[in-house]
Write a protein that binds this ligand. Sequence first.
Ligand code: E4P
Length: 212
Amino acid sequence: MSLLLDSARISEAETVSHWGWVGGITTNPALLAGSGLSPTETLARLASLTPGPVFYQLTARDLEGMLEEAGRAAKILGDQLVVKIMPTPAGFQAAARLSEKISCALTAVFSPAQALVAQAAGARFVIIYYHRARTLLPEAESRQLVGDCLAALSGSETHLLAASVKSPHEAIELRRAGVEYLTLPLSVLEALVPHPLSEQAAQEFQKHGAGI
Ligand code: E4P
């Protein structure tokens, strides 16, 4: 199981780099556009702040353009690169071509059928947008999405990763459903930690306890 930071802000990556329990960083074109640095500089800085994977989402829409852009991303991120690809016909083709040499993630997946094709194309991850699915898909489809994607990937080496996660409650819901990888904004990662009763217990130990 792994918790990832969903951000392209260097300051946020620096914050979680001191925690030791965040396993990598996911970005997307919108996050990169708001990082304050060039995408290349941002990716290089992010890679230096995590020992884990850094996800970069391709912006090219045609197959040759995706293959070329993935090559440029690999020059920046090396083995830390997981290339995120949109689930279009050209995107699945690109994943099938790249996945032998570069870790691929099909992203913005909203159906188990897309997950099935992503696995067949050799993707390492399938990324579902959980909160968007819950709010935008018909109720029945949204309820089934996680379980059906896990079923589509069962027995394979392709992992389900949930993005668009807006609260600790949604994070726990996803873990309970069997999702192994969650990418969370800093605010949600921070919200996982505190509990008032834990704080109360800590104060009691501080007041009355003894230690070595
Ligand atoms: C992952 O990087 C996704 O792009 C992101 O989590 C989408 O979340 P949103 O639904 O808040 O845009």
